[in-house]
Design a protein around this ligand. Sequence first.
Ligand code: GAL
Length: 420
Amino acid sequence: MAGAALVGLALAACGGGTDDGGTPEAGGGGGGEVEVFTWWAAGSEKAGLDALVGAFDEQHPDVTFVNGAVAGGAGSAAKDLLQTRLQAQDPPDTFQAHAGAELQDYIDAAQIEDVSALYDEFGLTDAFPADLLDRLSTEDGAIYSIPSNIHRANVVWANPTVLEDNGVDPEATYEDLDAWMADLDKLKAAGVTPLSVATTWTQVHLLETVLLANLGPEAYTGLWDGSTDWAGADVTASLEDFEKLMSYTNTDRDGLDWPEATQMVIDGNAAFNVMGDWAVAAFEEQDKKLGADFTAFPVPGTDGTFDFLADSFTLPVGAPNPDGAKAWLETVGSLEGQVAFNKAKGSIPARTDADPADFSEYQQTAIESFGSDTIVSSLAHGAATPVATLNAVSDATSKFTTGASDLATYQQELAAAVQG
Ligand code: GAL
């Protein structure tokens, strides 16, 4: 755990807070500009960010939002660039970070401040689930970021018309990956792309759901704490399934990012896509209706498990405008900010007091699942492993899916990536 000595930065009260989770008064933040670094640069992700900025502008009209977004899904380009800036003592005022091991990296490197005092100041202490706060905290209870949302990673998105037109029941449910692959075979034989995927990080995303489907939540979680053997037969079987699933995918995948892969399903150019539930925002942005134009279900074999990730915002050490950053963090944590942002983003609020009725039908199912399912940590989105581990997993995956390594080598490289 952290334990790194942090440069103390007085968390002076910036005003404007409430202790009832209600509307912060307009003002507070001391003016100036606040550079907000994310990877929500385009499409439905930018629409989510814009909605959050709308709430920020209302709550803090004296502070000017500066968009520091760097394109590339899952932070595939942003995180490296951010690291370069942090090491050059050139931090943005605040940046997006995933709850869990990824945030811990920044804590261990003494790159972000303890923001526990802001939880008191903004009345946030009881606003979030305790489990989530644990993933934002050190063992001694200091909290290092404010969460904006919770996403589910283990979701299949489907185009019912493509299924129906090609002899697959759009209402079919699948017990496991084998049952699903029987229908993927039918689609392949019919000449449509059964499953769309994009560049490496989306392939890692697919891999994590395959591991979860085959190992189950407990053994999947064991992959990250050392209790499940990466060299074991269950992992081999999962990699075989992953290889087979990749054989159903579009060959131009490495040149695409998630919006293009999901768009293939929206446009009827592919039957299925495995993607986190930011995808629902892309469907909804294009007026597609759940049930009629698209369907969504847990990756076969993962029903009852919520593959979790959360975005959060930080106060970097040496932020040029810490008061502006605090103003942003206040909006991120506020009920108004969370409702506006998550309605547009497809995620569910991290706060527990939002009204589910304000959200779409899909999101209401996610809210329910998050409350009742077994929660596991996403690999591809910073919850399960440090960034360096994810990078090594991604390199091994890219080698494998581009034909530069065989399955046995892939398994060894994954084991080495995670177990060091
Ligand atoms: C995740 C992030 C989501 C979404 C997704 C695709 O890592 O947590 O909010 O943006 O990447 O870019």
